[in-house]
Ligand binder design. Structure first.
Ligand code: PXL
Length: 284
């Protein structure tokens, strides 16, 4: 079961490095490597931890480094098969990501944007309306966007509701596609007390994926899902197969963490990498 070398992609990912916390760049690199892709990271900021459940974290903004990195790669003639963005610490970083689409991507490149900026009805600490606006612009150029319900509301200006119904979600998905993104994978859709999952929207098509719900919040699971989705999608899986595989990988990561109360800041996704690799192999 060897990988088809046409599926080996050079991916540019832009997101922060939170030194501890199992999120963003520290998840994207190992997950995309496990999916069999070359991955180049532009770290947008360096933090001691993520900003979720920690106080007193350090934050070193690396925005000023970005133009120099882009210029160097352009001089070297380096081009990428895909851009995958996650958490970006400022509006300017999202603008740089938008520029990279025109300067660093090959013509048929894929663009996956995880507008990682909010959860549970609230923007992450330190982000503002300008970030939302710049993220909306980046989403308009994407092939696939991966918002959760909160991010979907921020991107569309719709009201955030936890008691969603079919009509509300249908309007949300239509509004997300109106941003210009070609496809949407809406995540964190709770279907019932014991089922969660998401909805894929492409044109007028809507597809649901669902799995067992663990009724507890784990940090970084959006990033685990997004990285695995991107890796699988770039291996040539359909949106639906990539989303389902990424959801199984995320669930397994949570299952492998939930019994360890000392591990409260992220999920042990490393222990689920064999599952990810095995399932990708089955798609060859
Ligand atoms: O998991 C998303 C994320 C990524 N990076 C940083 C964060 C968060 C969520 O809070 O704070 C720095």
């Amino acid at each position: 079961m060897s990988m088809n070398m046409q599926d080996y992609k050079r991916i540019l990912t832009m997101q922060d490095i939170s030194c501890l916390g199992q999120c963003s760049g520290s998840v994207a690199l190992p997950v995309l490597s496990a999916c069999g892709h070359e991955t180049c990271l532009i770290p947008s900021a360096l933090l001691s931890t993520h900003t979720g459940q920690f106080q007193g974290y350090t934050f070193f903004d690396l925005t000023e480094q970005i133009p120099g990195i882009i210029d160097h790669w352009r001089r070297e003639g380096i081009m990428f098969d895909a851009l995958y963005t996650g958490y970006l610490g400022s509006a300017r970083q999202a603008q740089f990501a938008r520029e990279m689409i025109d300067t660093l991507l090959r013509p048929a490149a894929h663009i996956v944007v995880d507008p990682a900026m909010a959860d549970n009805g609230k923007l992450y600490a330190g982000l503002d309306d300008a970030c939302v606006k710049a993220m909306r612009c980046l989403c308009s150029a994407a092939d696939v966007i991966l918002p959760n319900l909160t991010e979907a509301c921020l991107l569309t200006g719709m009201e955030y509701r936890e008691d969603w119904d079919g009509d509300y979600v249908a309007r949300l998905l239509d509004a997300l596609l109106e941003t210009g993104a070609k496809s949407v994978v809406l995540t964190g859709v709770v279907f019932s007390s014991d089922a969660t999952g998401g909805i894929i929207a492409h044109g007028t098509e809507r597809k649901y994926f669902r799995h067992r719900r663990i009724n507890r919040m784990f940090h970084g699971t959006g990033d685990v899902f997004a990285a695995a989705f991107t890796g699988a999608f770039l291996r040539g899986l359909s949106l639906e197969d990539a989303a389902e595989l990424a959801a199984r990988f995320t669930l397994r990561s949570i299952e492998n963490t939930e019994d360890d109360p000392a591990h409260w800041y992220g999920v042990k996704f490393e222990t689920a990498l064999p599952l990810l690799i095995k399932e990708l192999g089955e798609h060859e």
